[in-house]
Write a protein that binds this ligand. Sequence first.
Ligand SMILES: [Zn+2]
Length: 353
Amino acid sequence: MTAENRMTVLEKRDAAEGMTLSDRPVPTPGEKEVRIAVKSVGIDGGVEGPLYRWEESYHRYEPHLPQVFGHEFAGVVDAVGSRVDGWRGGERVAVEPRISCGRCRNCRDGRSNLCTEETGFSPHGRKSIGIDTEVPGALAEYVTVPARNLYALPEDVTFDEGVFLELLAIGVHGVDVSSFGIGDRVAITGPGSAGMSALLAAREASASEIVMIGADADEATRLPTAREMGATSTRTVGEGPLDDPVDVFLEASGHQSALELAEASIRPGGELVQIGVYHGANRVPVDLNEFVNEEISVRPINARRESDWRRTLAIASSIDLSPVVGPAFEMSDYESAFAAEADRAGVKVVLRP
Ligand SMILES: [Zn+2]
């Protein structure tokens, strides 16, 4: 803390490029909330990255500035609300950023990622810590979150790796709900954090072949990392469709060129799992006739369910996540961190408040 009951935050203050170190009061947890001392927070290339650069798709935040963002994070329980059971100070935790009601049909079905009651300001209209205008995020020394959003961090998982668990759970979600079967062949477009998570999930689920496909800019770092993490081969989108179509294609880039490649690289009767979001596009053209003729299923997924957290935590201890987290920066060195993110350094750039 900078002074008694004050904390350092990295806030988006102005409708222009950049963010600013500032100080705010340390938040007090509500009765069903906990306060987390944030140890590591990720920069999402689809949220904090474009917000920092002040890209047009985020200009709608202007009336709500200043705001503290940051939604991928891990830390230590620092204080608990009066009606919180089962958590105490000092516990290491990862956090589900999406806020859910626990009462609606989807929440009761275990699909809190699709809660219909907690609506918010995120691009998809849902409420998330550090994305919604009403819920300050984790680019701060402390953040308060609903107790129901906590997951205990396995002992041998570092805080930086803890940032990656909510991402790994997206990959687990995609593979789990797909038609994937043991020994199937998969391809993935987009070797960022979502695609790398799909790779890890497919590997843990015993895929016989995993082809990771990236952009030319991924050849230096991310495609070699994909091979290190279990991809059996890597290639670029420019090399065109696969000669040998796969059973399940996980599209995690949100680029039209990747989708077109996927359409041409799935076997008849196979499946497209759509993970990537096409930022800035209202409608995305697909050759639906081709999908009908070939009985190719399309399975979109969004975020993760509680069961994906359970599976992810179960496998996190046996996976070395260190190649996909970092580089890490102190929060005071945020300019270097955002430059690294824009430069595709590593897979998940993290800041340490
Ligand atoms: Zn709900």
